[in-house]
Ligand binder design. Sequence first.
Ligand code: FAD
Length: 474
Amino acid sequence: MKKAAARIYDVVVAGGGNAGLCAAIAARRAGASVLILESAPKFYRGGNTRHTRNMRCAHDSATETLTGPYTEEEFYDDLLRVTQGNTDQELARLMIAESREILAWIAEQGVRFQPSLGGTLSLGRTNSFFLGGGRAMLNALYITAEDLGIAIEYDAQVVALEIDDACFKSATYRQSEEEISVIGKTFIAASGGFESNFEWMKDAWGEIADNFLCRGTPYNRGVVLKRLMEAGVRTIGEPTQCHAVAIDARAPKYDGGIITRLDCVVFGIVVNRNAGRFYDEGEDIWPKRYAVWGRLVAQQPGQIAYIIFDAPALDRFMPSLFPPITAPTIGGLAAELGLDPEALERTVAAFNAAVLPGKFDASILDDCRTEGLSPPKSHWAQKIETSPYYAYPVRPGITFTYLCVKVDRASRVLMQNGKPSANMFAAGEAMAGNVLGKGYAAGMGMTIGSVFGRIAGREAGALAARSRSAEAMA
Ligand SMILES: Cc1cc2nc3c(=O)[nH]c(=O)nc-3n(C[C@H](O)[C@H](O)[C@H](O)COP(=O)(O)OP(=O)(O)OC[C@H]3O[C@@H](n4cnc5c(N)ncnc54)[C@H](O)[C@@H]3O)c2cc1C
């Protein structure tokens, strides 16, 4: 049964992940009364942010936790490279410029940073790591939000939005058996993408989406995005574009998190169900290329692939939660994996025959490559010849989707006619596709959430303050 709308807030925020918290805190610091509606129960609050480790920000020199400078221009070049130019250049430039101050601002909200640990990602210069990981980062933001007097409702999924002529009026959320409405002077969508809604994923990808795994929260179902689309909000991004990596095929359907990701593609070869290679495993430095592998595996028969490597590679990468499958021979490994042994032996032999001598160095684009092989392996190509042999089965692990609402520099949602909504904003995954038309560079999800969350909160808070003073004058 629908209750009467009782509470009124300056800013209603849908979603309590990084973007929602940054928005809520910025709005509250601007003097607004703020309510966060979070779908998940308290223990699971914070969506995909729980799983994060770092964020990518521009800076001019080394700091206590970063090993060297990462200029705005270099960040922008990286973004252009990974998105192949599929980005709103104005918003991308804005995000990168604002990323320079966001680390200090985040730290002011109680979050602490640490130097990067070793590992395949080698992000010590570009990315700041949260002390204690994403969960600790999130807890710090929640403590600050509570201390500031921000109201938070858990188990509170926003199911309906009342929007009249591009102007937000109220949100209805479901809690236990009740549907409760709240009125807001402004609204901020910070409710993630639709990656955990497999029906929607199947609409976009077809039946193959049944074989995908969702790396993060089961609560990012795209309900708010759908309601905004129904209300005539302009969208940007393709429904099949997303951040997707190869994760262990044995991972759970949701929330497998970072420990199911496999960073060892560059140290071996990747074959499909027919035991054939299908892409250059050594294309680029891992942080700039790891996110292509989910999509590549999605295009393979049965949406499954196998990373094959040998004994010397075993200690070169961060191990996953699951042990690799192993056998003393390539044929034996194929049998363990259910692949045609002769086909895998042929693939490995062809690869080994094409490997040129070089000086192996995992930290740079080294000169170890293949010749005369299609597809090539452009770097880090080393013969797979030392027993025992290993394999990880991998499936597409969807991190977050890019179809989202279009925003302007104030993080304000645009309507289909191109005009900004009177009082609706978006931040984080809910608008990440403005910057990420395709591709990804590690650590950008949190930058997008923090930068646009802060902007959305600041703008919504200021708008609510203007509306309060207009009411007082009336
Ligand atoms: C395993 C993993 C590792 C990652 N590592 C990194 C990393 O190291 N660095 C990085 O930059 N990015 C990383 N990412 C991506 C990053 O998590 C996201 O880009 C970022 O957390 C998005 O923040 P957000 O606030 O937009 O979304 P989320 O953190 O997902 O928060 C969205 C919130 O909205 C809530 N919600 C959804 N629908 C509704 C509704 N209808 N009503 C109310 N609430 C709703 C959800 O419960 C959730 O709490 C990682 C993601 C995963 C899955």
